[in-house]
Ligand binder design. Sequence first.
Ligand code: 76R
Length: 249
Amino acid sequence: MGEPIETLDGWFVWHQLTTVDWPTWWGWPPADRDAAMAERLLLWEAWTALAGNQQGSVGVYQMAGDRADFLTIHLRPTLDELIDLKASLQRTAFYAVERPHYSYISVVELATYVAKGNPDPETNPELRARLHPSLPPRHAVCFYPMSKRRQGADNWYMTDRAARAHLMRGHGAVGHKYSQQVTQIISGSQGLDDWEWGVTLLADDPIWFKKLVYEMRFDEASARFAEFGPFYVGTRLDPQGWTRRLGGR
Ligand code: 76R
C-alpha cells in the first residue's frame, strides 16, 4: 500500500498568466498609458526590494503563442501575502486592461525520497535556500501543472514507498544530467489547486526544456505515472523590456 513521505514545504507561489486587452490599451491616451506603466513599475520595484531582503522573488516573462501574453511568478512566505499582492494589482489602472488567463497556486516542495544528509531546513542552509528560491535571471521559462496517475496498476498513491523512492531516484538521475542547463522548481498543490504539482523550468536556451522533458517521458516515473496540464513557454522581461512591450519608452 501507498504511504506518504514527508515533504519539506517552502514559499507559496502564484503563477499568474494574463493577456492584455490590446485594442482598449492602444485606445488610451499616451499619458494615461505612461501613468499606468509607471504605477506598475513602482509595484515591481517593491517586489524586487522584497527579493533583496529574502522575503520573496518575482519573475516576469512574455509568453510565446497566443494563449497568454505575460506570466508573472510571485513567491512569498505566506498565502496572505499573495492575496494582498492580488489586491494591490487590482488597485492599479493597468488592471482595467489585464485579463486573467490562467492562475496557479502552489507551495515550493522538496520531496524527501532521495534526501541525503541533514533534512532539517532550520539547520541546513542549502535546503532552506531551495525552499525559498530566488528566480534566476535565465532567459527562458517553461511552466506546466501535472499530477501523478491513479489508474489500475499505475496508481502512484497505491504504490509502496520503497518502489516510489526507486522511481524517484531514476527520475532524479535523468534530471540531474540537465542540472547545469535547467533550473527546476517543483511546487506542490494538493489541496491548493487543480493539479498536484507545478513544474517551473528556467534555462538560458529554451531548447533544453524540450530535451529534458522528452528524455524524462521515457523514464518510468513519467512514462507510467505523469499526467500533464497545459504547457507555457516564454522569455524573461526586465522593467525596460516590459515597458517597451507595452509601447512605452
Ligand atoms: O529535489 C531534487 O532535486 C531531488 C531529486 C528530485 C525529486 C525528489 C527531482 C529532480 N525531482 C523530484 C521530484 Mn523532478 N521534475 C518533474 C518534471 O515532465 C515530466 O515528465 C515531469 C516534470 C521535471 C521536468 C523535473 C525535472 N519532480 C519531483 C516531483 C514530486 C514527486 C513526488 O513527490 O511524488 C515531480 C512532480 C517532479 C516533476 N527533477 C529533478 C527535474 C530535474 C531537472 C531534476 C534534477 C535536479 C538536479 O539534480 O539539479
